[in-house]
Design a protein around this ligand. Structure first.
Ligand code: APR
Ligand code: PHB
Length: 398
């Protein structure tokens, strides 16, 4: 089998790349080890930056997003039993975020690829890469029946997530890993109850962080900080709602409505960066190269930002035989990756309780939140990072 760009992984990075390349007449083959059903029902986050929404709409896969996405022009920061709104529209010249679940984005992209006759192979696991640092890189993959086949290509796009094979294909002596593992996790629930707020509520509480988010006017998505080793079996639905009520409590008559919990799970939290994000003709994108803690809602958006940079570079190569953007791919992406890492680490540090924190640390959290919600400069900084930093500036030399 032969193609121009061999893409491993049908997550947001792989499918968006295949779609954008198709629009430019550049061929690709997507290999995904799981089934389409599994990928399309996997519950993940659901906050889209302005730039991500614009890209999905401009590239023709934004119709359902436009119909069903929930546009939010702000968030609330809650601490000391009181809420403070960060007005994105006012602080960023009209920008907003859109709540639209990641797996819905994948459904729209898959439908567009299928409609365009895209080559998507599910239950096709990539087992090894060869000659990645040559002009003819190859992917050895296994078909559902077990038969293996070689996919020859000009470039390999490693969109295979954190647990994929592509990052390990970069020689260890060339790869630098930067990491933070947080001493807490998130217990997340999906509940069949109307969201108790119009916008997201990020809460700092001495018992731990809590987040109120949503999926639709009927479905709420909530998270609370917990021990990463915690066993979900210890968390009855009643205990979860009681703890959420305690952490979201305010002095006014606001109340958290509860309802049937249809999905719950605990996710660990880490910050992770692998660099360089390129080795020869192998390019890493999304979670294969970087992980952010979910507090800044950046995982999906950062994956899409990598896709933009690589798409532009591949257009330059195939249309103008120019390689300079390919050569700058890693540096260009890492400039944004580190800014997004900083923002996600900062939101996580400000809003979570760390083990054995004393009253000094507790008051520092409160003072930072008080500053962020009372200083225009500080709330504007949060707002511009949350809605998404402009892509253009990534290109400019440092
Ligand atoms: N062969 C084929 N497919 C593979 C292989 C392999 N060897 N290893 C992993 N995959 C697939 C996984 O099954 C998964 O569907 O690669 C895909 C990677 O998708 P994601 O993990 O969603 O990664 P990415 O596309 O970079 O999107 C990052 O997803 O996890 C969220 O919070 C994260 O929002 C971020 C976004
Ligand atoms: C979500 O809706 O799942 C969500 C929202 C905001 C975050 C993380 C997750 O920071």
């Amino acid at each position: 089998m032969r193609t121009q760009v061999g893409i491993i992984g049908a997550g947001p990075a792989g499918l968006t790349l295949s779609h954008l390349l198709h629009l430019q007449g550049i061929d690709s083959v997507v290999l995904e080890s799981r089934t389409q059903e599994y990928v399309e029902q996997r519950v993940r986050a659901g906050v889209l930056e302005q730039g991500t929404v614009d890209l999905l709409k401009e590239s023709g896969v934004g119709a359902r997003l436009e119909r069903e996405g929930l546009i939010h022009e702000g968030i609330e920061l809650r601490f000391n039993r009181a809420g403070h709104r960060i007005n994105f529209a006012e602080l960023t010249g009209g920008k907003s975020i859109t709540i639209y679940a990641q797996h819905e984005v994948l459904k729209d992209l898959t439908a567009a690829r299928r409609a365009a006759g895209g080559q998507l192979y599910y239950q096709a696991e990539a087992v090894s890469l060869h000659d990645a640092d040559t002009p003819q890189p190859k992917i050895n993959f296994r078909h559902p029946g077990g038969k293996t086949e070689i996919l020859e290509c000009d470039f390999i796009a490693g969109c295979d997530g954190f647990h994929g094979i592509c990052r390990d294909a970069i020689p260890s002596q060339a790869l630098r890993i930067h990491e933070r593992v947080y001493p807490f996790g998130w217990l997340g629930i999906l509940a069949e109850v109307a969201p108790s707020a119009e916008e997201l509520i990020y809460t700092y509480h001495e018992r731990g962080f809590a987040l109120l988010s949503m999926r639709s006017p009927q479905i709420s998505r909530l998270y609370l900080q917990c021990d990463p080793e915690e066993d979900i079996a210890n968390w009855s639905d009643d205990r979860i709602w009681t703890e959420l009520r305690t952490r979201f409590a305010t002095r006014d008559d606001w109340s958290l409505a509860d309802g049937p919990i249809v999905q719950k799970g605990i996710t660990p939290m880490r910050s992770f960066v692998a660099e360089p994000m390129r080795h020869g003709n192998l390019f890493l994108l999304g979670d294969a190269a970087h992980i952010v803690p979910p507090t800044g809602a950046k995982g999906l958006n950062l994956a899409i930002a990598d896709v933009r940079v690589l798409t532009r570079a591949l257009i330059d190569f195939y249309k103008h035989k120019k390689r300079d953007r390919l050569d700058r791919y890693s540096d260009t992406c890492l400039r944004r990756v580190w800014k997004v890492q900083r923002f996600s680490w900062w939101m996580t540090s400000m809003l979570h309780c760390f083990p054995n924190e004393d009253t000094f640390a507790h008051n520092l959290h409160l003072a930072e939140l008080d500053y962020v919600t009372s200083s225009r400069a500080a709330s504007q900084s949060l707002a511009e990072n949350y809605v998404g930093l402009p892509m253009e500036e990534d290109e400019a030399k440092r």
